[in-house]
Design a protein around this ligand. Structure first.
Ligand code: ADP
Length: 494
């Protein structure tokens, strides 16, 4: 499964699994195809791992956790992650081409998906080295006299990491690096559509770092059963998962018999409340860009735009012009900002939801189909739907496409009510010339994260998590590191 360089720049990753320190295939030799979404061509293969392979990987992780010093030797972990950071930096361009090949993400916007996560490896290495794993809480009165207490932060154990295809390299790093640095051992199960961003990480760990055998394992597979096996395995102590809410519920249920700690980052259906005094010419082109830039394949995208009725037509016009002029096309061409959807199945899902919106009374302002000049590749036109009923499917279900729905409102209270009319609670946005007013609205939106006037809530130092059915627990920040630790409270004599 060597490199295949084609004219377009596609690059096949190393499709082997990493289990117990060995890069390997599966016993039957089975592989599955990886397709480049921009030209619909098969560009290589990855190993089609089985439930047995997953069990071997979990066993290897268990042995490494129980039988080595990994969980106790923070200096060694710092050494290994620093090595990994340097190795990833040396592989930056290779990882970028693999990402564009698998996802069809425009090369121009890969920085946040390649350079940023590589930097996060360094961040977690330093954060974990400096973390206070023992906290003294002083003297406490007890019936048996005064007792000192200490909190010992200890790794949870074997962590199963299950990742989706939309930002695969970033999420593989985000889910596994704090876990490793905190002293856990890890089994990573990348998504079917993006196996190489995971297997390539396995190859780099195996070939270019001192991370001991079994500490980091990668099992690629074309079957959902294999992720399900990881989430149910009694030898796994914790699951960290990013994906759809439906699969998140299955993961939570699978872990229930063994009461697994479960960190879930699930779907979203975020609203953007545009207040009457907002600067439309700044807020709305950014909103359109956010909808298109990853072909809408982002869980945090504020895809429901709520416009004041008094400025409704003006807002629609700005959104229309922005979406119609968005640079969509071949992801390898510099300057292109929107590539294809990741697969034909995903594109059909997007188109079907757009149709359902129109059937339920929404007005198609622009888009709604396949761009005429891009017949090959899974491209979808940037699409704007107006007069969207907040209870309709297109306003309730996550679309994962370059689609904005717009609903007018009359009062601020009504806008907040519509924003909160969802099972999700991942993010949101408020635009206003008056930041205090925007903040007051942001406080009433029931989500884990809100941006005001396009100022990002997202970053390695700030906790990120969802409320409602958007998730459990946090990534990033101190909270995100502590997720991978459990606390042992010890009482001692004075
Ligand atoms: P999507 O529907 O967008 O493909 P999913 O949430 O189904 O996203 O997939 C996210 C990840 O969950 C992928 O790695 C996928 O293989 C995995 N997965 C799918 N089904 C299950 C399951 N029942 N249990 C655990 N993981 C699963």
């Amino acid at each position: 499964m060597g490199d295949t360089t084609l004219e377009t720049g596609v690059l096949a990753g190393d499709g082997r699994m990493l289990i117990g320190g060995e890069l390997q295939g599966t016993a039957s030799g089975a592989v599955f195809d990886v397709v480049h979404p921009a030209n619909e061509q098969v560009v290589g293969q990855a190993v089609d791992g089985t439930v047995d392979d997953m069990a071997r990987a979990v066993e290897a992780a268990r042995r490494a956790f129980d039988g080595t010093d990994w969980s106790r030797d923070v200096e060694f972990r710092h050494h290994c992650l620093s090595q990994l950071h340097a190795a990833l930096e040396n592989n930056t361009e290779r990882l970028r081409r693999i990402l564009v090949t698998e996802v069809g993400c425009p090369v121009t916007v890969t920085g946040s998906q390649i350079e940023s996560p590589i930097e996060e490896v360094r961040h977690w290495a330093a954060y974990g080295r400096d973390f206070d794993y023992v906290v003294h809480t002083g003297l406490h009165d007890t019936p048996m006299g005064p007792a000192r207490r200490q909190l010992h932060y200890e790794p949870v154990g074997v962590v199963g990491a299950i990742t989706p295809w939309n930002v695969p390299f970033y999420l593989n790093i985000a889910e596994t690096m704090p876990a490793l640095m905190a002293g856990n051992t890890v089994v990573l199960k990348p998504a079917q559509l993006t196996p190489w961003s995971g297997t390539e990480l396995g190859r780099i760990v195996a070939e270019e770092t001192d991370i001991p055998a079994g500490v980091f394992n990668v099992v690629s597979s074309n079957a959902n059963d294999v992720g399900a096996a990881l989430s149910a395995d009694p030898c796994v102590d914790m699951i960290t998962f990013t994906g759809s809410t439906a699969t998140g519920r299955a993961v939570l249920a699978a872990g229930a018999p063994t009461v697994k700690k479960t960190l879930l980052e699930l779907g979203g259906k975020s609203a953007h409340v545009v207040l009457e005094d907002a600067d439309f010419t700044s807020a709305l082109p950014i909103a359109a860009m956010m909808a298109c830039v990853m072909s809408g394949q982002s869980c945090v995208l504020p895809s429901r735009i709520l416009l004041p009725r008094s400025r409704y037509d003006e807002g629609l016009e700005i959104l229309k012009v922005s979406m119609e002029n968005f640079p969509i096309g071949d992801p390898w061409t510099p300057g292109i900002m929107q590539g294809p959807q990741i697969s034909e199945q995903q594109r059909q899902k997007v188109l079907e939801l757009i149709r359902s919106g129109i059937e339920s009374g929404a007005r198609l302002i622009t888009g709604g189909g396949i761009p005429e000049n891009l017949p090959v590749g899974y491209y979808t036109e940037p699409t704007l739907l107006a007069d969207v009923d907040p209870d309709s499917r297109v306003a309730q279900e996550e679309i994962f496409g370059p689609v904005l729905t717009v609903t007018p409102y009359d009062t601020e209270d009504e806008a907040i009510e519509i924003a909160n009319n969802t099972i999700y609670g991942l993010s949101g946005e408020v635009s206003s010339a008056d930041v205090d007013r925007a903040l007051a609205v942001a406080k009433r939106i029931r989500t884990g994260n809100v941006s005001i006037n396009a100022k990002s809530h997202f970053g390695i130092n700030s906790p990120f998590g969802g409320t409602g059915q958007s998730g459990l627990g946090y990534r990033n920040g101190a909270e995100g590191y502590r997720e991978y630790l459990s606390i042992k409270t010890i009482g001692l004599p004075e």
